[in-house]
Design a protein around this ligand. Sequence first.
Ligand SMILES: [Mn+2]
Length: 229
Amino acid sequence: MLRFQPNKHRKPYRESIDEILSEPYDFNKVKPCIESKVFGIGVEAYTVGSGEFALSYAAMNKEKCIPLMDNGHYHPTEVVSDKIPALLAFFPEIALHVTRPIRWDSDHVVLFDDETREIAREIVRCGINRVHIALDYFDASINRISAWVTGFRNVQKALLYALLQPNDKLKALQDSGNFSKLMVLQEEQKTLPFGEIWDEYCRRCNKPIDGEWFREIEAYEKEVLEARA
Ligand SMILES: [Mn+2]
């Protein structure tokens, strides 16, 4: 007698996704996503929708769904930026949940940090039209509007930063094996005056520049949110 039932959870999970995706929809307009996770609260030792499960499902059902990577859902030594070109070698399009992981947890407010910039650079290098970008974070310990605005602006900043890179020049240096110059150029770009370009982008979009918007949120907190409490 079998003590354990193999695939007790994964088989019904697979069948339920099959059933959900059997409903008619236009795949050109609706992009169901299969998102993996490396943990679940209280079930750190075993997660049904693991990376292998989700990616295999998406690979076998390319006409019905696309894979989604949440960068809070991997081991802390793995980076989603590196996985983007790998998946795009097999899938015409992919989706992302951009977030900020801390240890085993995800969903913190996205910062303008190294990995967010690297994710944006891979998106730009691989083809911005092939990647659907969604944000996935919250933080109830800080003002939620400022959390939302900070993370959203940081992803926009990362994309602008990536678009400003001399990508053709960097590619030519890589292709010709000139890795010394490639490294030097990439390092020197880090201290170029990015903030002024971001401010100009905000002005052209008719949106507040950094330093202007937070006071509006503070005023709203005082006048509206605190009055509700
Ligand atoms: Mn997610």
